[in-house]
Design a protein around this ligand. Structure first.
Ligand SMILES: Nc1ncnc2c1ncn2[C@@H]1O[C@H](COP(=O)(O)OP(=O)(O)OP(=O)(O)O)[C@@H](O)[C@H]1O
Length: 246
């Protein structure tokens, strides 16, 4: 198995992922390994397969073919394709965090309850979950906003709640889909910094879809898709490392 620079096998290892919708090929034999502690941006034109790849890597949707191995520290490797729906859902809740453009927060609940929910569905009792959620929100600069409903928060504050929810469970891999897409550029920069601190800053991995080159430039690595194929793979500080990978 491939080893990364810190001696741990890739936390996610995708091989030959293929996914079609009718006659549209959304993913065409995509190979990708993601290291622990690495931030990876997925870029490409509209319709190139970015969201489909993110969903496949996160076990949200199964590809038609190919394999996906998850290697979490201190745990047995898991072949995600082999899991049934229930086991995959459990794996996602325990091992992955999600920050999407809309935040996917529950508007009827308070900020604190939204974050606590991620713990409660993994079995943490409500009182302990609420206490932990409150601490996570304070750590992200949302002291005093714990009791506000989602609609009473700004876009940047909503995304901080989403980040708190994604990291409160201790998930080692966080998936983000255009996390700053709905924010003005100053707020987007702050949210991105927070997201990076809460993920790679703590030894976790971040996999992020973005259209924005300035957002992608903050990541350790950028991969580009075109018509479902991974066409380039570059690391920060190197000139077009990997270049054309077809
Ligand atoms: N559920 C679906 N049913 C049918 N076609 C789909 C479905 N999901 C994605 N596709 C198609 O697969 C291709 C890749 O879609 P995907 O959403 O992954 O692209 P994307 O790069 O994320 O696009 P965008 O930047 O516009 O969000 C597109 O042609 C899209 O229309």
């Amino acid at each position: 198995m491939l080893e990364n620079s810190i001696g741990h096998p890739p936390v996610l290892l995708a091989q030959n992922l293929c996914r079609s919708f009718g006659s549209t090929t959304a993913l065409n034999r995509v190979n990708l390994e993601i290291s622990l502690g690495e931030s990876l941006a997925i870029m490409g034109p509209s319709g190139s397969g970015k969201s489909t790849l993110l969903h496949a890597l996160a076990g949200i949707e199964l590809p038609d073919s190919g394999s996906l191995m998850l290697n979490l520290p201190g745990q047995q490797p898991v072949d995600v394709q082999e899991l049934g729906d229930k086991a995959r859902t459990k794996l996602r809740r325990q091992s992955f965090g999600f920050v999407f453009q809309s935040g996917l927060l529950i508007p009827e609940l308070t900020a604190e309850e939204n974050v606590a929910m991620a713990l409660m569905i993994n079995g943490t009792p409500r009182a302990a979950a609420i206490a932990q959620a409150g601490q996570a929100l304070v750590a992200l600069g949302l002291a005093g906003m714990e009791q506000r409903r989602i609609g009473q928060l700004s876009g940047g504050q909503m995304q901080r709640v989403a980040i708190a929810r994604a990291q409160v469970t201790g998930a080692m891999v966080v998936f983000a889909d255009e996390p700053t897409g709905a924010l003005d550029s100053a707020t987007g920069t702050e949210v991105l910094e927070t997201l990076l601190e809460c993920t790679v800053g703590q030894g976790k991995s971040l996999v992020m879809v973005t259209h924005d080159p300035s957002v992608a430039a903050q990541c350790d690595r950028v991969v580009k898709l075109h018509d479902g194929q991974l066409i380039s793979d570059s690391r920060r500080g190197t000139s077009a490392m990997g270049g054309d990978v077809r």
